[in-house]
Design a protein around this ligand. Structure first.
Ligand code: ZN
Length: 204
């Protein structure tokens, strides 16, 4: 499927296969399989493809990788790296400030923005909500109130459960408080890291 944007690549770039200089760059719709072998879907992405006039070899560069990643994000229903970055920039916050406000790890944010990892569903939704300045403002006010001790009644030092769960992510489940203590154990965190790695490998 060729479009009329064919251009001879005029940079000093050479064919990665034969070293020839006669490279033609075309925009093309490329299909690729995504997902585990027994549950694959075929996705399509429009990307610049280089064709070598000398040896016939075809390949794409990092723009092609980005186009594929975007197609995967669309398929999964999460925001693309560029959308994540634009949302963060739209808040007017630096990466460090953004992480302080949201509770995201700076390494995670960096991976989402660079396209190395696809955000999980809950992170994606929080990022989406931060497109709206009033939501950013709500988080800011809450952080200020916590810093000033105005919300301390929710985690009074007299309350032993609150003391134990301080510093542990706040997760509300039907099983309540006992769940908090379980989150202090590392296996869950290890499991999360493993699932990130899986996502990453599926995305490439
Ligand atoms: Zn070649």
């Amino acid at each position: 499927m060729y479009q009329d944007t064919n251009v001879t690549h005029d940079s000093r770039e050479l064919c990665v296969e034969c070293g020839g200089a006669r490279l033609i760059e075309r925009m093309r719709e490329q299909s690729f399989a995504y997902g585990p072998p027994n549950d694959q879907v075929i996705l399509a992405a429009s990307m610049p493809v280089f064709t070598c006039e000398d040896c016939g070899y075809e390949y794409f560069d990092e723009r092609g990788e980005a186009a594929r990643h975007e197609a995967v994000c669309r398929h999964l229903g999460v925001q693309t790296p560029e959308e994540v970055r634009k949302t963060r920039e739209g808040t007017g916050l630096t990466r460090v400030e953004f992480c302080q406000l949201t509770g995201f790890g700076s390494a995670s944010l960096q991976r989402w923005e660079s396209g190395m990892v696809v955000p999980n569903a809950s992170s994606d939704r929080l990022i989406f909500l931060l497109r709206y300045p009033d939501n950013v403002e709500r988080l800011r006010k809450r952080a200020t109130a916590i810093a000033q001790g105005l919300l301390q009644f929710q985690s009074a030092s007299a309350d032993p459960v609150a003391r134990i769960s301080a510093g542990i992510p706040e997760v509300h489940t039907r099983r309540g408080i006992k769940r908090f203590e379980r989150f202090a154990d590392r296996p869950r965190i290890a499991f999360q890291a493993a699932s990130w790695n899986l996502r990453r490998s599926q995305c490439m």
